[in-house]
Design a protein around this ligand. Sequence first.
Ligand SMILES: Cc1cc2nc3c(=O)[nH]c(=O)nc-3n(C[C@H](O)[C@H](O)[C@H](O)COP(=O)(O)OP(=O)(O)OC[C@H]3O[C@@H](n4cnc5c(N)ncnc54)[C@H](O)[C@@H]3O)c2cc1C
Length: 528
Amino acid sequence: MAQQLRRSSLLLDQVLTCCSGQSSIDVMTTSFFVLGDQLSVDVEPWPTLGLDTVIVMIESESLISQPRHLTRVALYLSAMRNFAEALREKNFVVDYRRAANFTQGLAEHQAQFRPTQIFMNAPRGRHARSLFSRLGVELLPDPFFLTDVESIRSRSKQPRTMEHFYRQQRQRLNVLMDGTEPVGGQWNYDAENREPLPRDGGEWPEPWSAALTADEVDLVATLEPSHPGANALYFWPRTRVQAIDQLRDAVTRIIPHFGPHEDAASLENWHLAHSRLSAALNLGLLHPAEVIEAVSRQFALGEIPLASAEGFLRQIIGWREWVYVLHHLRTREYSQLNHLGANNELPTSWQQMGHHEMRCLDGVVRHLNDYSWTHHIERLMVLANAATLAGVSPQAFTKWMIGAFVDGAEWVMEANVIGMGTFADGGATGTKPYIAGGNYLNKMTNFCKGCAFSPTIRTGETACPLTTLYWDFLIRNEAPLSRINRIAPQRKAALARPDRMEISAHAPHATRIILGATRVTVESSSPS
Ligand SMILES: Cc1cc2nc3c(=O)[nH]c(=O)nc-3n(C[C@H](O)[C@H](O)[C@H](O)COP(=O)(O)OP(=O)(O)OC[C@H]3O[C@@H](n4cnc5c(N)ncnc54)[C@H](O)[C@@H]3O)c2cc1C
């Protein structure tokens, strides 16, 4: 250790000399490159890194200058800067720089430090993996997940559905297992987790938050003029200590209430009993193993009911790991799929994060504007549902979501948006399109109360556009949906509707209401 410290201070002297005017360091060194979503020293290879390894971190102007949500940009920058500071406190030499882009930043680092080798943990996204491989960076296995993609790729029989994968994960990771059987005798407690929003709106635990530092206040002020959205940075952890505190808070106050109202949504309450751990997990500030351990421990103590523990752990070891595996089993072509030929632009109010005349879209986009996050049901049954029904381009929708959400990223959005959310992959991820008319939202949420459109009316000025387009979607997509058994009853019911001609005739108007535009390119063929 003493030797390592001596070497580090020698290197530090040279760095300081170098940065105060001289050209480069003349010492053989290796560099370890850390991305903004790899912010943990509690994973490999950190325990084996000597203090003579220079740590490189780059703020990419090409990313920062994109019109992404203020809170999202501030969160990444603040978490990265805090992480660099924590490394310096551990006596690492950190080359923290701002550059036009990653390519430029790494070139500048190489020119200054002349490392013999640069290595990094493999980025989570396919795009970044290919970029850094091309730049000659050596990629180590990604330590931020519990599943080895290669071991799944090499299997002769790969899991076909998330449920299948999830059950294998439960057994392999020994999560909520009683020998070879699931604790409680059931794999899944979904049926207990479909309660609508309570009639009085319910009572929900206050969300975790941590006050901003003076540096963070300054950071937000610098970003505010060029980034849309409100400042909600204090609702998201920016350091490892804060992330652990948020996890402790989630397992004691929030996850016990997670299960029953998982599928509900409220205009007045943006978080309900959702953990909001996705940002910390996706930044690398929390590891999924820690989350599993904390929840399992509280369950064993009787503090979290089984249905809530199971429902929550399924998200972590099932969905989260599954979409990560799928991203790496698939190729770039997958991200361009558009099975239903949806080419409309994003609704204007989403682009501007502004007002919408439908209360559901207005409320959810307001939540997004205010917090840079919405919970799962608002993403799936409001945003993705409206985008699918109104024929919005899945690629435009994905791009917007990546920039708008604090937890947005290429690897996680792909299966969620192209697959589950919009059915653009024709059923390779989900077994049916997740679509719903206004009646479903009226049952599960309080969005429809006071809305100018009625969820029970299918055509005419007061018809809920989601209701019209739900039926129209089933009629217009008869051919692409013909082999999807799970939606066959709804498809048959749509085709048998006596008012199907009127529905199809009204559909372009309903689409225009969702898009907030007059230009409509979605085809609405009349049934024969
Ligand atoms: C259209 C659409 C887009 C989405 N985009 C993202 C995204 O960009 N980033 C993201 O992390 N999640 C995304 N999700 C998944 C999910 O909605 C969020 O992970 C969740 O809402 C985050 O809130 P939470 O932490 O309170 O989650 P909880 O409901 O408390 O779940 C616990 C954790 O499980 C994980 N998880 C749950 N569901 C999923 C899922 N379907 N895919 C991956 N991880 C999951 C998350 O890490 C989450 O923190 C998307 C879902 C849909 C339908």
